[in-house]
Design a protein around this ligand. Structure first.
Ligand code: NAD
Length: 488
């Protein structure tokens, strides 16, 4: 299948190079790697494959730009972010199409990602001018304590493929607002959206060198050299816990500030007093958004025995009616998974669940090619040993576990090393309060299946991460606190 004309025109506008110091160019080795449309397997573009030397050049550029950017009046930094927001919203359709073509999500959801990703630019344009310090007298009365917050310095960002725009703006916007410069390494499966975003930032007036982009097919080599460089002061990573742990180890000798947005294994609890209409709507959103490929995806659906049959019946009816097809084409609910490995993993997880006693209610199989499609699936009566329960599914498979009591639900929900988000459906106020206290996650959706919001502190506990992105908290990750004593 060939790309539509308007898709080809858009891809021509995206730089195929490495962006350093405001200049786009090839890799120093001349190497490239290819980006595919996951719905067809077709190569859509070749991109420069940055070498370690290119990455060091990008850091040179971020270091050179750091002081001037930190000294740029916050109002000007704010104005650039705001212009970037306005431009992004003007080009919403272009960005949505690019995301859908390289990543595979349905175009309607890609539009949602543009709005969500854009909100970080707008929110942090507003925060840029509100970095505050404070002044105190010391208790002895002999001096004054002044507390100020200064940019941490050059940052290195590593982002995943599942939200190629929003995961980039969630890091870039607070860094720029705080006065930090950056090198960004997008996921090798989806570099185009990030490259196009950096082009947009330049158009919005961002000075050369403030944000540099170095796509590579060898992230391990690049990260080990940059993390060891004493000029780098901060790492912000979004991706799997396994890679996050390796990066924390690599960042330790350089005592880097780190922000880690890692994996999840979200429990979704439906109690017997839940509003079932809302719970059905919520679970479909929390599970099938992004074809199940979200860190916040509901991974384990815990349903009270007394309502489980009705809940499973209503959910399955809607899942069976979902339309499968290429994300970039209008009207599809379930796009292609990002690559063949993702399909193979989903197949293995479903087979393991069935072997351990679960029942497939709808779906359960791959879809004949081309493309990496898997049917939206509901599996009921999943047992505690199934891999589905213990691993991030990252596919369109809704796994139901039945429970008998509130205590049992809480025990199952917390029985994981992850702690990103939980979802709870109940109409009982006391139970809501108990769940806020008892569920071990950094975020919670109470009678909602979607928590992401630029104004809120996004992040996890346990193996789901360190630090928060968005909200008032987001900018603090890019500021270091300085205390000055002045004797009277
Ligand atoms: P991944 O860890 O494989 O890759 C993430 C990024 O790390 C990519 O850019 C990749 O190139 C890079 N990377 C891989 N190996 C590396 C290495 N050795 N050194 C440096 N960089 C390396 O994860 P993924 O498959 O792209 O994304 C899915 C994961 O991301 C899931 O676990 C998901 O839960 C998580 N995620 C978390 C959040 C959050 O906010 N908590 C958001 C989105 C995704």
């Amino acid at each position: 299948m060939t790309l539509e004309m308007h898709e080809q025109d858009l891809l021509h506008k995206v730089q195929a190079g490495i962006g350093i110091g405001g200049t786009w160019g090839p890799s120093s080795s001349g190497a490239t790697f290819t980006v595919e449309d996951p719905a067809t397997g077709d190569v859509i573009k070749s991109v420069a494959d940055a070498t370690v030397e290119d990455a060091v050049r990008a850091l040179d550029s971020a270091v050179a730009a750091q002081q001037e950017w930190a000294e740029t009046p916050s109002r000007l930094r704010s104005d650039i972010l705001r212009r970037a927001f306005d431009l992004l919203i003007e080009r919403k359709e272009e960005f949505a199409l690019l995301i859908a073509v390289e990543m595979g999500k349905p175009i309607s959801e890609a539009r949602g990602e543009v709005v969500y990703g854009g909100e970080f630019l707008r929110w942090f344009s507003e925060e840029a001018v509100r970095v505050q310090g404070d002044y105190r007298r010391n208790p002895e009365g002999t001096g004054s304590i002044t507390v100020s917050h200064l940019p941490v310095g050059p940052c290195y960002f590593i982002t995943p493929w599942n939200f190629p725009l929003a995961m980039a703006t969630r890091k870039i916007a607070p860094a720029l607002a705080a006065g930090c410069t950056a090198v960004i390494k997008p996921a090798e499966l989806t570099p185009l959206t990030t490259i196009y975003l950096v082009q947009l930032l330049e158009e919005a007036g961002l000075p050369p060198g403030v944000v540099n982009v170095v796509p590579t097919s060898n992230p391990g080599a690049q990260s080990s050299v940059l993390l060891a460089d004493p000029r780098l002061r901060k790492l912000s990573f979004t991706g799997s816990t396994a890679v996050g742990v390796k990066l924390l180890e690599a960042a330790a000798p350089n005592v880097l500030r780190t922000s880690m947005e890692l994996g999840g294994n979200a429990p979704f609890l439906v109690f017997d007093d839940a509003d079932l209409d809302r719970a059905v709507e919520g679970v479909l959103l929390a599970k099938f958004r992004n074809i199940g490929q979200a860190c916040t995806a509901a991974n384990r659906i815990l349903v009270h025995d007394s309502i489980a049959d009705e809940f499973v019946g209503r959910v399955s009816e809607q899942v069976a009616a979902m339309k499968i097809g290429r994300g970039a084409d209008e009207g599809n609910d379930i796009g292609a998974l990002v690559d063949r490995r993702a399909v193979a993993k989903t197949v293995a997880l479903v087979a393991d669940a069935v072997e351990t006693g679960a029942e497939i209610v709808t779906g359960g199989d791959t879809v004949a090619g081309p493309g990496n499609f898997f049917q939206p699936t509901v599996i009921d009566k999943v047992g505690p040993d199934a891999r589905l329960v213990n691993e991030e599914i990252f596919g369109p498979v809704l796994a139901i576990i039945r429970f008998a009591s509130e205590d049992e639900a809480v025990q199952i929900a917390n029985d994981t090393e992850y702690g990103l988000v939980s979802y709870v459906y109940t109409e009982n106020l006391g139970r809501s309060q108990r769940m806020i206290e008892k569920l071990q996650t950094g975020m919670m959706g109470l009678n909602t299946g979607l928590v992401s919001n630029a104004a809120a502190p996004f992040g996890g506990i346990k193996h789901s991460g360190i630090g928060r992105e968005g909200g008032f908290e987001g900018i603090r990750e890019f500021l270091s606190t300085k205390y000055t004593l002045t004797p009277r």
